[in-house]
Design a protein around this ligand. Sequence first.
Ligand code: HPA
Length: 278
Amino acid sequence: MADAEELLAMNLSAEQLAAAVAETTAVVRAGWSEHPHAAIILGTGLGSLAEHITIEAEWDYRDLPHFARSTADGHRGRLLAGRLADVPILAMDGRFHAYEGYSFSQITFPIRVFAELGASFLILSNASGGLNPTLRSGDILLIDDHINLMGPLVGQVFKLPHESLYDPRLLARSEQIANEEAIPLRRGTYIAMLGPNYETRAEYCWLRTLGDAVGMSTVPEVLAAGELGLPVVAFSMVTNVFRLDDTQQTTSEEVLHAASNAEPNLRRLVTKLLTSDL
Ligand code: HPA
């Protein structure tokens, strides 16, 4: 019999998956009896949002059955339960990426746990490279559609909703808040690449004909949320913008630095969204 992690890396039957989700959910419920209003995944450089959460319980991913571990730069590896602006939330401080070698079953497993725990919506954040030449480093892109160039989500068949994967009410409310708070927020298409390297010049040139920003995450989580009927909103922090006359390669230092500079805007936006009547 394979252990739980090996099973997750393979293709679990629906029954095995449901049992694994129930097991992890029970561990979270045993440590935190609140009902989460929302679940948040803190992406690259946005981990400092965690400092603003009043933590009531936390688990190292190692202590959560069936959870993978975070290995990427700028990603911690803990699940937080507590309050942001007095609203009960769950937050993943560190996400799993396909380029770390995780299967799509592992990457999307936490989304299943959040849905089981009764979160009413999911907030995702990530860092991306701007492709649309009107974007500036530090802009936040409100993702309203995506192109999946990560390759096949091996081991997963998602039944997707007919309507938009990105919740129209959450999109509209986010735009309204950004307007009220004078936060630069753009709307557009996110392209997901497998990574882990940033794009070559030729890739950037091609990708800018397809969408507004490029990153290495989020799409698996959005697809899982779509299947589970969990409304989702996804914000992408634009940390570098490709220019045709650029000769420099993108570096991870540049990405982390820009993401942490722009973090207060996204924190304000997310906090207002959590306290909104939707
Ligand atoms: N490409 C892919 N992912 C990224 C980038 C990029 O330019 N910037 C931040 N994340």
